[in-house]
Design a protein around this ligand. Structure first.
Ligand code: IYR
Length: 233
């Protein structure tokens, strides 16, 4: 049997030199990474937000950074719905709190509730109205062409996770706090935000300045030895 002609052969995209690549000396690598690590190590998930406004262009730049993430077949299978309007934020809070009440009262297992207890979370989500921006991240299970045909997406969860990681890192670099909020289930986000059924809500990112009296749990992180193994044979 002859194989069908590949339509995605590598001569579809013209290639260009890797002109923007920069190499650093090992000393520069160390300095740059020391600085980066010290900065990202200060990142904390925040649950108490200020209502202080954040300029829209700051969010736009962070989103453009997120959109540089690698993705399966470069299909960029994500969508970010950026919410700043009080009416929509209120709808999202009401729907999220309704799900969370169910979660904390019935759906969560005892084991799950025990795992969450040290974080002190509950079904009240005032930050969904207080914070200046909510970014609903959607994973596109498949793409849709203007004529309605479907385009298969590859590794959409991995790709959207990578883009979200870059978004959080970019916002932290700007001095903004984030909360990765995952009300479950999150289907209500499709309805409120008018997103198609090809998109699955991935998480809801709360973005803003921390409240001046914000507190965070005194957590620790695993040591390098605990979370890595090195195979040198
Ligand atoms: N979605 C709930 C519960 C929750 C679950 C996990 I896993 C967390 O790390 C934190 C909370 C809530 O937002 O309260």
């Amino acid at each position: 049997m002859t194989r069908p002609q590949m339509t995605g052969s590598n001569n579809n995209y013209p290639t260009v030199p890797l002109g923007k690549y920069r190499e650093y000396s090992v000393e520069e690598m160390r300095d740059r990474l020391d600085e980066f690590y010290a900065d990202i190590d200060r990142r904390r998930t925040v649950r108490d937000f200020s209502d202080r406004p954040v300029p829209r262009d700051i969010i736009e730049i962070a989103l453009k950074a997120a959109n540089t993430a690698p993705s399966g077949a470069n299909l960029q299978p994500w969508h970010f719905a950026v919410v700043s309007g009080p009416e929509t934020k209120r709808k999202i809070r009401e729907a999220a709190e309704a799900e969370e009440r169910e979660f904390y009262a019935h759906r969560a297992s005892e084991e799950w509730l025990a795992a969450l207890a040290p974080l002190g979370t509950d079904d009240r989500k005032p930050f969904l109205e207080t914070a200046p921006y909510l970014i609903a991240v959607f994973l596109q299970k498949y793409g849709e062409l203007p004529d309605g045909r479907k385009v298969k997406h590859y590794y959409p969860a991995e790709s959207t996770g990578l883009a979200t990681g870059i978004l959080i890192t970019a916002l932290h670099r700007a001095g903004l706090a984030t909360l990765t909020h995952t009300p479950s289930p999150m289907k209500f986000l499709n309805e409120i935000l008018g997103r198609p059924k090809s998109e699955r809500p991935f998480l809801l990112l709360v973005v803003g300045y921390p409240a001046s009296d914000a507190e965070v749990p005194d957590i620790t992180r695993k040591s390098l030895d605990e979370f890595t193994s090195w195979i040198e044979t």
